[in-house]
Design a protein. Structure first.
Length: 466
């Protein structure tokens, strides 16, 4: 079974994410849409993503430190974005599965139709077995059947992807205190069309909740609304919020964000969760502010969604969070490529960027390769020359090693030379003051790279170790 789910998760908890993904992938091909956080939080964007998904999956660990009892404030702060996305999923009423760290206690108050379970963080990330794994496997199978049933129902008349209309639902009648002028309505329509939303409908004001209104609302991608007193009194804002119809929320006549905490009707609807809503509401007093802020929101809405389509992509995404952000420069002779490729592969398991001139990725086709090599070296944090007789006989390798030593002497890079073979080599004078690691001293490549990482960390905290 294949289905698309919005994934709400903590990126920097790869072990937890991988644990549950392995359970999911046993019986289903789950494709994930992810809000990667490359733009400021945009509630409208999240609402569109979640309402267009077949399901919602939330995975919420708390902290790596299990020795401290978390305070209520720490739990609330850590979970604020989780709770925002859960709130949207509950309103959207898509099939939802929420798995959260037992240390959160009863913080997540979810309706009974949301499948939910707690987990023990130490069990999930521990080296031993997982006694509760079968419980999670059974839970996911039940959830999977619910998703399948919902997809079958939606397939009969699923209009989610045909909704291309944008509705403007703001006061614009004569006599309204904060009525929108024709000029202001025109600004909104121009901004929408300039961002690719060509089908725009103005809803008459005040709104009449009849069959015609509901037929129009059923065709919209999202709405632009004003959340002032008049709109609130009409019942429109509560209806759209409860139905999880994506909205860009405006508030005309204000510029001070504290108004959101002072007005009971706004606080009741948007103030319970501190993340998302307060910052995303557009407060404006002049047309220039309206045009600018609305344009920003439309850019956020249009920004690409990160999609994970395959198991390979999912593992790569989750594993990347485990990798360190430093750039590693691996220097070796082509004659030592077979051994170097093993070391390179293990380094790539630990670091996001490993420069390996023979991996088919590190050198940009069509670029002057010598210049690119030295540009990459100058931007690296750790240089590892794989020293052998072949390496020292190569002019290019010697040049790379000399540049590494020069950068090391200027304290811009760490250098850990690694001697590959038990052979006598004529070490040049500029390398004789460097202590080597020996590949042949370690039982396997993993153990070797473990020690390289240990030495690298030591070099960055104090004097060079090797």
């Amino acid at each position: 079974m294949e289905f698309k789910s919005f994934l709400s998760h903590k990126y920097k908890s790869p072990d937890v994410n991988l644990y549950f993904f392995e359970i999911f992938s046993q019986t289903a091909e789950v494709q994930f849409d992810i809000d990667a956080g490359s733009t400021p939080t945009c509630v409208t964007r999240l609402e569109r993503m979640i309402t267009r998904s077949d399901a919602f999956i939330g995975i919420y660990p708390f902290s790596d430190d299990t020795s401290v009892v978390p305070s209520e404030n720490a739990l609330l702060s850590t979970s604020k974005y989780f709770r925002l996305e859960c709130d949207i999923a509950v309103r959207a009423q898509v099939p939802s599965l929420v798995l959260y760290d037992q240390r959160y206690g009863d913080l997540f108050k979810l309706p009974t139709y949301v499948r939910q379970a707690t987990f023990d963080y130490q069990e999930i990330v521990g080296a031993g077995g997982s006694p509760t794994r079968r419980r999670f496997e059974r839970l996911f199978k039940v959830f999977q059947s619910e998703v399948n049933a919902a997809m079958e129902l939606n397939s009969i008349s699923d209009a989610r992807y045909s909704k291309k209309n944008v509705a403007i639902l703001v006061p614009h009648s004569i006599g309204s205190k904060h009525a929108y002028t024709e000029h202001e309505l025109g600004i909104m329509e121009t901004s929408l069309r300039g961002n690719g939303f060509g089908s725009v409908t103005r809803i008459s004001w005040p709104p009449v909740f009849d069959s015609e209104f509901f037929s129009v609302i059923g065709t919209i991608d999202f709405a632009i609304v004003d959340i002032g007193d008049e709109s609130m009194r009409s019942g429109l804002i509560g209806y759209l919020h409860g139905k999880c119809i994506p909205c860009i929320r405006l508030l005309k006549g204000f510029s001070d964000k504290t108004v959101l905490s002072k007005r009971a009707n706004l606080k009741g609807m948007y103030g319970v969760i501190p993340a998302g809503y307060p910052k995303d509401i557009v407060l404006w007093k002049n047309a220039d502010t309206l045009a600018y802020e609305l344009g920003l929101r439309l850019e956020f809405i249009r920004s690409p969604v990160k999609r994970i389509n395959t198991k390979h992509e999912a593992y790569a995404y989750f594993q990347k969070a485990k990798q360190r952000n430093d750039t590693i420069f691996l220097s070796y002779s082509g004659k030592d490529h077979q051994l170097a490729s093993l070391i390179s592969a293990e380094l790539k398991r630990r670091f996001q960027r490993v420069f390996d001139y023979k991996d088919g990725e590190s050198i940009t086709p069509g670029e002057p390769w010598i210049k690119e090599i030295f540009d990459k070296l100058s931007g690296s944090k750790l240089g590892i020359p794989l020293v052998s007789s072949s390496y020292l006989e190569s002019g290019n390798c010697a040049h790379e090693a000399q540049e590494m030593i020069a950068l090391r002497d200027s304290n811009t890079i760490s250098v850990i030379p690694l001697k590959l073979y038990e052979e006598k080599i004529d070490t040049p004078s500029w390398m004789r003051s460097r202590q080597y690691m020996h590949y042949y001293d370690y039982p396997d490549v993993k153990s070797l790279v473990d020690k390289i990482v240990e030495f690298y960390d030591a070099q960055n905290k104090g004097p060079a170790m090797p």
